[in-house]
Design a protein around this ligand. Sequence first.
Ligand code: ZN
Length: 149
Amino acid sequence: MQTRVYEQLRDRRLRPTAARAAVLQAMHEADGGYRNAEQVYLALYDSGMRFSMASIYRVLQELSLAGLLLRHWSKTDQAGKSSFVLAPAVLPPDVYLAICPVCQRQMPIKDSTFADNLHRVAQGAGFDAGLHGLALSVTCNDCVTPQSA
Ligand SMILES: [Zn+2]
């Protein structure tokens, strides 16, 4: 497991620092696939590893930019907070996923028109350079609660 983490960092030309290896490892061990910065911090703390929250945030950002993690926004998260999910290494780059925030089921979006439009919009807004992938928070049909509650 540890070896895979170091290989993944080197493959993405990231120096395998202790913090990067620990955070990536914590993401691999995440129950259900994704965690936010606080959950990564607590998981590492429980393992006896002490990193500041600032370090955790910075490393999550670095791993996202390197394409190892995808950012995931959920409306159930508190404002301004995002979770991270491992980028599925088996899928090609520019992967877009819809993730159900309730059951965490993932649906890959394999639609070239969607990808083209996303890149065009991102380019127009100056967001294309860092665009590696995207995880959309979409409640699946099984988890949509009936209106009459
Ligand atoms: Zn669901």
